[in-house]
Design a protein around this ligand. Structure first.
Ligand code: SF4
Length: 368
């Protein structure tokens, strides 16, 4: 059966290898030689695939203007999955790329039916957390979709002229009018940077979760059709795996009980973590004899995505687990302590960012 990716859905993706084959996404390891330094997300295959990332890297190496664009839907609060994208953006900013971040408040209104005030305040918070995570506020452009000018909205109308309903349904399945507009708005987000008035960045990279590939496929088709009229080029993309929630399904803002949020207090993190799904066996005796199964474990995922930077140390956790040397209780405690420390540092930086009012100074925040 063919895979249908739902960019608005809440399910974890089981088989990433299948996506490579089915959607023509290229394996990430083929570009390793082109990156001056590798983030652990690459070596750990958290980032597992790409489209035209090799061309984008060659442009970066040649000193051409390159940009990275991504967006956050400001429903709910940023969590460990959001932080993973912050981490990727920080990495590309350090490599020298221009970073631009969309706050998809128009999409949140249409798809999640969020009220405007909440959406705008959430958006401000997503930006504050991005800066607290390490993005340079002087080098990062942030914008709210609803604060954009006519030229950006004109793109959405133009794109709608050259895409048929049948093509959209072939990519997304059944669509409501709101989701059609949200998809075309995403295409405008990705492509507007190529216009001279928005910087003329012809080489755009979009780091996304694998579930967002439908938007990339649509946007690449649109870029092809507007190559002559607007001089648009296909964007490049890289695909990361989605960190799972503590119950083993996708970590989502709409299921807060299974997500660890970046502003969460210590007590709440402890309570949530106690119930995290592990790859442990039914009894301690069985686990000592057979070893655990870290590939099923949400605690191991938190180690892998956020807690251990050095590959050798991560391998120790893995080996201790599969050999049965360490049981889940001890392993979870270690992870929890590391996580609490990480979040405490982040919360302090976040508080500083909020107190400085930097977001209000650098971003055009729409009124509500
Ligand atoms: S020992 Fe650690 S990594 Fe292994 S299953 Fe238990 S919690 Fe997960």
């Amino acid at each position: 059966m063919s895979t249908r990716l739902d960019p608005w859905g809440h399910f974890a993706i089981e088989d990433y290898e299948k996506l490579l084959v089915e959607f023509g996404i290229r394996p990430i390891n083929e570009v390793y030689g082109l990156i001056s330094r590798l983030h652990p997300y690459f070596t750990r295959k958290v980032v597992f695939g790409h489209r035209d990332f090799d061309k984008w890297l060659e442009d970066l190496r040649a000193g051409h203007k390159v940009a990275v664009l991504t967006g956050f839907m400001p429903s709910g609060r940023p969590h460990l999955g959001t932080a993973m994208v912050y981490e990727e953006l920080k990495f590309f900013q350090e490599l020298g790329a221009h970073v631009k971040i969309a706050i998809a408040d128009a999409e949140a209104y249409v798809v999640r039916r969020e009220d405007r005030r909440t959406t705008i305040l959430n958006g401000v918070d997503f930006i504050a957390h991005a800066i607290a995570w390490g993005l340079d506020p002087e080098k990062t452009e942030f914008y709210f979709q609803t604060a954009m000018k006519e030229e950006y909205y004109r793109l959405i109308q133009m794109f709608s002229k050259k895409i048929t309903m049948a093509e959209m349904e072939a990519i997304y399945g059944e669509l409501s009018p709101g989701k059609i507009i949200a998809s075309l708005t995403q295409a405008a987000d990705i492509l507007h940077l190529q216009l001279d008035s928005y910087g003329g960045f012809k080489n755009i990279l979009v780091p996304v979760g694998a579930d967002q590939d439908p938007h990339l496929r649509l946007t690449r088709d649109i870029a092809d059709r507007f190559e002559g009229e607007l001089g648009l080029k296909r964007p490049a993309s890289i695909y990361h795996k989605l960190i799972r929630g503590l119950d083993g399904n996708k970590m989502s803002k709409s299921r807060p009980e299974f997500a660890i949020h970046l502003d969460e207090d210590e007590e709440t993190v402890r309570k949530k973590f106690v119930n995290a799904l592990t790859g442990g066996r039914a009894t301690a005796e069985e686990q000592r004899r057979l070893g655990g199964e870290p590939w099923k474990c949400t605690v191991y995922e938190v180690y892998l995505y956020h807690l251990i930077r050095e590959d050798e140390k991560l391998k120790e956790v893995y080996d201790d687990c599969v050999s049965g040397r360490v049981l889940c209780g001890e392993c979870k405690r270690k992870a929890l302590n590391l996580l609490l420390e990480r979040l405490k540092n982040h919360r302090e930086k976040y508080r500083e960012v909020k107190e400085s009012n930097i977001v209000e100074k650098i971003v055009n925040i729409p009124s509500f």
